[in-house]
Design a protein around this ligand. Structure first.
Ligand code: MF3
Ligand code: CO
Length: 260
């Protein structure tokens, strides 16, 4: 069942999306060599709570933290802990905020200090693949059009796209129908209608697309241990076109000329 949101509900979604965007802007201020992932998680949790939101990942299916930490080969769902960021790492931070009964979901992958040029390019290209996916999310198109746009963009550049994890519908719950895969054929899948709210979140690997789940049951990493990048926006389908509810503007403000 796909829930179409009214204009009023989309404004509530906007508030949740703005708070999650501001939360990643807070994290951005602290990402640097020497900082632990647990510190970043605490900063995010306190910021969300101080602003009247609920950290929706905390306790979700037993997930033990506010933010999923995706260091280097970690694709998604890594736990915060005592790992200390090092020069040359990349770290994806993915979190969901609930505010006024609606959810906003966003992910941003940061370079830490001086990062290998090929990995920097992976970050830029993954971010651009998200923009390409969003551009395909028009009323009257199908989910497969988004999937195909992302996959085609990514694979033309020589990367691979993770298949086991998908984007998703979002609203009162963080995961609603439909699934939004990052690979697939044009013209297939659910029809996109005005009022649908979805998350598009390409997970792009420098090496092969294969993943493994660690023994903690959550942490998903690349099988070949090469880096993986991940960006995510929450969007609403409108008659006028896709409306991106989350924004990287707060991250941009925090990073200044280090923003990529
Ligand atoms: N953006 C992630 C997702 O859509 C957030 C969920 S993390 C979880 O899967 F820990 F809550 F599962
Ligand atoms: Co998501």
């Amino acid at each position: 069942m796909i829930y179409l949101k009214t204009a009023e509900e989309i404004e509530l979604m906007q508030d949740a999306a703005t708070l999650v965007s501001r939360t990643l802007g807070e994290i951005a201020k602290w990402v640097a060599p020497g900082v632990t992932t647990l510190r970043l998680d605490t900063i995010a949790r306190e910021f969300i709570q101080d602003n009247g939101g609920k950290p929706a990942c905390l306790g979700y299916g037993g997930f033990p933290a506010t933010v999923c930490m995706e260091v280097n080969e970690t694709v998604v769902h890594g736990f915060p802990g005592n790992y200390t960021l090092r020069d040359g790492d990349i770290i994806g931070t993915d979190t969901v905020v609930e505010l006024n009964g609606f959810c906003g979901d966003m992910c941003y992958t940061f370079p830490v200090g001086d990062v290998d040029p090929a990995v920097m390019q992976l970050l830029r290209d993954t971010k651009e693949s998200l923009a390409v996916g969003i551009a395909a999310a028009r009323e009257g198109a199908r989910v497969g059009d988004i999937s195909n746009a992302v996959q085609t963009f990514v694979e033309r550049r020589g990367y691979s796209v993770v298949r086991e994890m998908c984007g998703h519908g979002i609203g009162r719950k963080m995961h609603e129908s439909p699934e939004v895969p990052n690979y697939g054929r044009r013209g297939i899948g659910p029809l996109l209608k005005a009022g649908m709210c979805i998350c598009i979140e390409p997970m792009v690997n420098l090496g092969s697309r294969n993943i493994v789940i660690e023994r903690d049951g959550w942490t998903c990493r690349t099988k070949d241990r090469k880096p993986s990048a991940h960006y995510e926006h929450t969007i609403a389908i409108r008659h006028e076109g896709p409306r991106v509810l989350t924004t990287f503007d707060y991250v941009r403000q925090a990073l200044g000329d280090r923003f990529i």
